[in-house]
Design a protein around this ligand. Sequence first.
Ligand code: ADP
Ligand code: MG
Length: 231
Amino acid sequence: MSESNGALIEMKGISKVYDTGKLQVEALTGIDLTVREREFVSIVGPSGSGKSTLLNIIGCLDTPTDGSYRLGGEEVAGFGGDRLADVRNRKIGFIFQSFNLLPQITAYDNVELPLLFKGTSARERKRRVEDLFERVGLADRMAHKPTELSGGQMQRVAIARALACDPDLILADEPTGNLDSNSGADILHVFQDLAEAGNTLLVITHDNAIAQRTERMVTLQDGRITGDGPV
Ligand SMILES: Nc1ncnc2c1ncn2[C@@H]1O[C@H](COP(=O)(O)OP(=O)(O)O)[C@@H](O)[C@H]1O
Ligand SMILES: [Mg+2]
């Protein structure tokens, strides 16, 4: 990534206006944000402050109304659906509050799915999926369906799935929002391990205990960054 000088995310003047027909909602205004490779960043702020909107744009799930967004040196702000999906599949791993696992198939099959889409060979898929389950400490639950797992275990499966294609960037939107505090602490440990292993991680949270364990905290208020510094 020589063209980006180690900056994985470079946003300048990003704004987002949701046009709901009658009403225009300015969800983000003038966002300048740079995140370097291997940073572990939390995004905090009250409900409605624009956290999910920002993460969705960073994750190429949505596009900004205005501004520049370079991801790994590539300007993606003007990309349409197909090109955006391509960048997303190549570079981003997502973890959501509600896990978003497919309920009818096993944990193993959920984690294997992105590798199937990518065209990875059967032998490499098996090696990779088993390794991912080891990494999230769930090797003895691979054959279970999501409904047979606890919330914390489901989230660990979702983390394994997010890691399947070896993403440049891991994004999590309230990953502990549906978990009790013990399971939440477990998930935080998994994130800390991932950060130590050199992954770049952005985590939205309104759990201060989680934000305190990251390296850098970005605060949003009314769609603007009002704080950004080391924890
Ligand atoms: N799809 C949408 N259409 C219209 N308004 C939206 C949409 N998504 C979010 N908003 C509005 O944008 C603002 C920021 O929302 P969001 O990014 O979800 O905040 P947060 O994740 O911090 O709670 C809120 O005022 C919200 O109501
Ligand atoms: Mg949100």
